[in-house]
Design a protein around this ligand. Sequence first.
Ligand code: PRP
Ligand code: URA
Length: 212
Amino acid sequence: MKNYPNVTIFDHPLIGHKIAILRDKNTGTKEFRELVEEITMLMTYEAFKDAPTKEVEVETPLEKCTQRIVQERKIAIVPILRAGLGMVSGVQKIFPLAKVGHIGLNRDEETMEPHEYYCKLPEGIENMQVTLLDPMLATGGSANAAIRFLRQRGVKIIRLMSIIAAPQGVEKVAEANPDVKVYVSTLDRTLDEHCYILPGLGDAGDRLFGTK
Ligand code: PRP
Ligand code: URA
């Protein structure tokens, strides 16, 4: 795959270790959910390195100093339903005050085109840095549709965090949105004929919520 300046692929041993368990077909719902949360926490460390900050004064036991802190209220996270919900708690562990919006999309099983069924975004989202959460970036159709919704609402700073991506999805999102920073834990080989990621982990929504 081509190199895109707006795409970061982590390939970190700690994340890789957890993804191995996540992929395993014998990993049950509880452990799957915990792993998605933990991987998201690890990804947040890197993906938010340019989070908005401000300087505050702190008094240590010895003296006063200034320290930069994150302006959590300028951060919004938006999971793409359903599977993106699994990543919310991972970001909230780090930024408990971040606003949370929701975009409901599912793929038409025939055409693979995303279909919108829900959209509720925080007031004032146009002035926030918004991070879309979706563990799977397959064809890129859902991510691109969610990015379009955010742009229509006037959002200017958008990131996307996905745990597993196919090259086809990364290319589609990165080329259509050079201003969107895309963070991916691992890049897989390709898509199958049903647009599932190979080797992937199967259906992330079903594995998170135990629906199949
Ligand atoms: C999955 C996944 C992404 C989308 C990725 O959702 O969570 O949102 O597919 O595929 P794409 O890149 O080809 O658009 P799905 O439509 O299966 O809905 P679900 O989360 O409700 O299971
Ligand atoms: N959505 C999933 O949940 N898994 C895939 O492999 C592709 C899309």
